[in-house]
Design a protein around this ligand. Structure first.
Ligand code: HEM
Length: 362
């Protein structure tokens, strides 16, 4: 028994560069995807479950997003592509040094609209405008937006679609612990990641964010990260309210700008830096993040009723994208249908037309 275990381990080590998927050996290449057989069924089931949740949560009033429903505001920004990038980095939107207008939505990750005092993962959604070239979504091919969505944690605690479906099913129909502590399929590593990822943050303008999922970068694959570079407010307010994250952004942006570096990390090893499991960290000691753009958020007031409504009605998706930056991996493939269907659903229910913005003025 012990010998056969050791033999199996040696066999797997000898196969370095190969991966077992669906019980067959497959040589993995950089940026290579593998579609699982049950993927589409899981995606359709996730859509059904999230629609059910949205119907229940928003039976009256406006229907909010199926995830990240609470925002701290949408701010006007500039996305400035670096000059003098190396040839390897001059891909898609990063091809030429250029300055684009952008909208950025800051949000809580929780599916509930809850107090900011509760520990949570935070989200940032960046919509870069005036980006020329055909886009990936068949029904929005001529839109001029390139979106980037990132979270305040380097990995997605649940990295594959089938597990994501099981978690959402448990959370909506029973309790999330049914997924994590199911004695037939324990998910202890995932629960640990969730606990570590949910934090009390002080200021959304002062958080580093990660894409967690990979994207094409021409013929290669990258993950994205942004890191704050400005002199941000870092102290928790005294007696913070349940909306203190919006309030601190307002306080900072009244007088001071905020900025971030936008960076990419190349996949250099298809096994240790997998495309299909977003819960695996791509080790920075193997491949470091390289800056490709600066995000500048000038001082501004962003919380007028008109702007907050506009923010509510925007639709972000990683598939608002040039083909050069095509989203990769199961979680991203799932997001194509899920974001489109659920954004359409809430816009229909709210009787609001869906359209991509073309400028920062409202
Ligand atoms: C299978 C996994 C995922 C599911 C089911 C999911 C689901 C959703 C849904 C339904 C929305 C609302 C879309 C809308 O109505 O416009 C949303 C928004 C969002 N998601 Fe995901 N998501 C997943 C993975 C991710 C990942 C990997 C990231 C980033 C690393 C992410 C970041 C965000 C952010 C930042 C928003 C807010 C977008 C906005 O501000 O409008 N999600 N997600």
């Amino acid at each position: 028994m012990i010998y056969s275990g050791i033999l199996m381990m040696l066999y797997l080590i000898a196969l370095n560069g190969e991966n077992m998927i669906d019980n067959k050996m497959e040589k993995l290449e950089i940026a290579q995807e593998h579609v699982y057989q049950d993927e589409n069924t899981n995606i359709q089931n996730i859509i059904k479950l999230l629609k059910k949740k949205m119907d229940k949560d928003y039976s009256t009033g406006i229907m909010r997003r199926g995830a990240h429903p609470k925002h701290h505001g949408c701010v006007k920004a500039e996305f400035i592509v670096e000059t003098n990038l190396s040839d390897e980095l001059r891909v898609g939107i990063f091809k030429e040094a250029s300055k684009y207008p952008a909208w950025i939505r800051f949000s809580n990750g929780s599916g509930e609209v809850q107090s900011d005092l509760k520990k949570d993962i935070r989200g940032i959604a960046i919509k870069v405008m005036n980006v020329e070239g055909k886009k990936l979504l068949e029904d929005e091919i001529d839109e001029k937006t390139q979106d980037f969505l990132l979270l305040s944690y380097p990995v997605l605690p649940i990295g594959i679609v089938s597990d994501f479906y099981k978690l959402i099913d448990a959370a909506i129909n029973k309790h999330p612990l049914w997924f994590f502590l199911n004695p037939f399929s324990l998910h202890l590593r995932e629960i640990k990641l969730f606990i570590d990822a949910a934090r009390q943050h002080t200021n959304p303008l002062d958080i580093p964010y990660w894409s967690t999922t990979p994207y094409m970068f021409g013929t290669k694959a990258v993950k994205y990260s942004i890191k704050p570079t400005s002199n941000n407010l870092k102290e928790m307010p005294v007696n913070p309210s349940g909306n203190y994250l919006c309030e601190i952004m307002k306080q900072q942006l009244k007088e001071t700008e905020a900025s971030f570096d936008f960076m990419v990390q190349f996949q250099t090893n298809p096994v240790e830096m997998p495309i299909e499991d977003a819960s695996i960290l791509w080790d920075e000691s193997h491949s470091s993040f390289q800056k490709v753009a600066t995000i500048k958020i000038p001082p501004q007031q962003f919380d007028s009723e008109k702007q907050m409504d506009f923010c509510e009605n925007l639709s972000f998706t990683p598939w608002h994208s040039l083909p050069e930056h095509k989203p990769l991996g199961g979680i991203n493939r799932a997001r194509k249908e899920i974001y489109r269907e659920l954004s359409k659903y809430r816009h229909q229910k709210n009787n609001i037309s869906r359209k991509e913005p073309t400028k920062c003025e409202l």
